[in-house]
Write a protein that binds this ligand. Structure first.
Ligand SMILES: Cc1ncc(COP(=O)(O)O)c(C=O)c1O
Length: 392
């Protein structure tokens, strides 16, 4: 067989998505890949049913259907603190996943350095390889996930063209404070670079933490490319609707990348989801209330069964410390990945090994999520309680 490209040899399939497949195989409760087990808002489902008969069914405008972009611009202008032009400053993509890939393809030349916090959302590793970027990793140090701003300046001194900021952060749940973003922003401006933000969990930020949009900070709009998605906000991860917002000349070029990658996100789904983008603010308040309650419920459950965990400031992910289990003779030599596989088979709960997010050799954390109905959380906690018996 002819040789395949070198780039595909440099990364594996997604461990997150692999965990879901193994979970399905064993009928486990899947707390690995982050998606809810409850329905999207009824208004969106009703709109989808209507679209089935009334259309549109053909190609949308490549960079997004007009009404979808207009609704999006109205919603996101509030977050960005300025009026976003739906014609020139938005590209609608196939999920936040394509938003990040298209952004990287737009700004990176092979060999360009890009800073990525570690732990990082798995996709960024592959995005860097596919776009030819050379990542410089900036540690977010557990358990508080703080970072050293000097390392970021060092990265810019080495010529980094951009820094990717996942805010709120998957997997560690960190919400970057306004002060932290200001400090990073100052360096972005000083070194004439880009801040690329991934804000797909913008509406899951738990009090007293507050979401700050990097693009809204003084002087930052021209230097910020915001990647975002409807997946989590409207519980429609399967619809694959995302977007990039940025300054005009970036977006003009990003539109070209997007056009040749995918032509466009599904027209009927853009039409139906426009209903969601027009929801009043109370929708987002209720969403946050729901997730705040789920977070408390899940964390209480973990505390009850004695599992050590962080307290996420945002997102619906929790990092659980498995050091005590890995120290048991029966798990000698186990990697976190092997422990997760064992847990699927023997405990009936799927999680993601922390090592798939860290550049550093971290082997003692696993990621679980709580975007589940309470009854599913109850069952998951009951199954996880069997872990404690191992320590007796
Ligand atoms: C941080 C982050 N960015 C992007 C995505 C991908 O979002 P989408 O479903 O819109 O492609 C995810 C999905 O889990 C995520 O956690």
């Amino acid at each position: 067989m002819p040789r395949l490209s070198d780039r595909v040899q440099k990364f594996t399939d997604s461990v997150i998505r692999r965990m879901t497949r193994i979970s399905d195989e064993y009928g486990a409760i899947n707390l690995s890949q982050g998606f809810p087990d409850f329905d999207p808002p009824k208004e969106i489902m009703d709109a989808l049913a209507k679209v089935a008969y009334e259309g549109p069914h053909q190609y949308p405008i490549t960079f997004g259907a007009e009404n979808f972009r207009e609704a999006l611009a109205r919603k996101q202008s509030k977050a960005a603190g300025r009026t976003i032009n739906p014609e020139t400053e938005i590209v609608v993509t196939c999920g936040g996943t394509e938003a990040m890939m298209a952004t990287m393809m737009t700004i990176v030349n092979p060999g360009d350095k890009v800073m990525v916090f570690s732990p990082f959302y798995e996709n960024y590793g592959a995005d860097a390889i596919l776009s030819g970027a050379e990542p410089i990793y900036i540690p977010l140090v557990p358990p508080t996930y703080e970072f050293d701003i000097n390392l970021i300046e060092e990265g810019f001194k080495q010529g980094a063209k951009a820094i990717i900021i996942c805010n709120p952060s998957n997997p560690c749940g960190k919400v970057f404070s306004r002060e932290e973003l200001m400090a990073i922003g100052e360096l972005v401006l000083k070194y004439d670079a880009f801040a690329v933000t991934d804000e797909v969990y913008e509406h899951m930020v738990y009090a007293p933490n507050v979401h700050t949009c990097m693009a809204s900070l003084p002087g930052m709009y021209e230097h910020t490319i915001t990647c975002n998605s409807l997946s989590k906000t409207f519980s429609i991860t399967g619809w694959r609707l995302g977007y990039v917002i940025g300054p005009e000349d970036v977006i003009e070029n990003c539109k070209k990348v997007h056009d040749f990658l995918t032509v466009g996100a599904a027209a009927p789904l853009q039409e139906a989801a426009t209903v969601g983008l027009n929801f009043p603010d109370s929708y987002y308040e209720e969403l946050l209330a729901t997730y705040t309650e789920k977070r408390a419920y899940f964390l209480e459950g973990l505390d009850r069964i004695g599992l050590k965990h962080n307290i996420p400031q945002g997102t619906y992910f929790v990092m659980v410390d498995i050091s005590d289990f890995l120290a048991l003779p029966q798990f000698e030599g186990y990697s976190d990945l092997e422990f997760c596989e064992w847990m699927i088979r023997n405990i009936g709960v799927a999680s993601v090994p922390g090592s798939s997010f860290f550049k550093e050799p971290v082997n003692n954390l696993i990621r679980l999520h709580f975007a589940r109905e309470k009854s599913t959380i109850d069952e998951a906690i009951s199954r996880l309680s069997k872990l404690q018996e191992l320590l007796k």
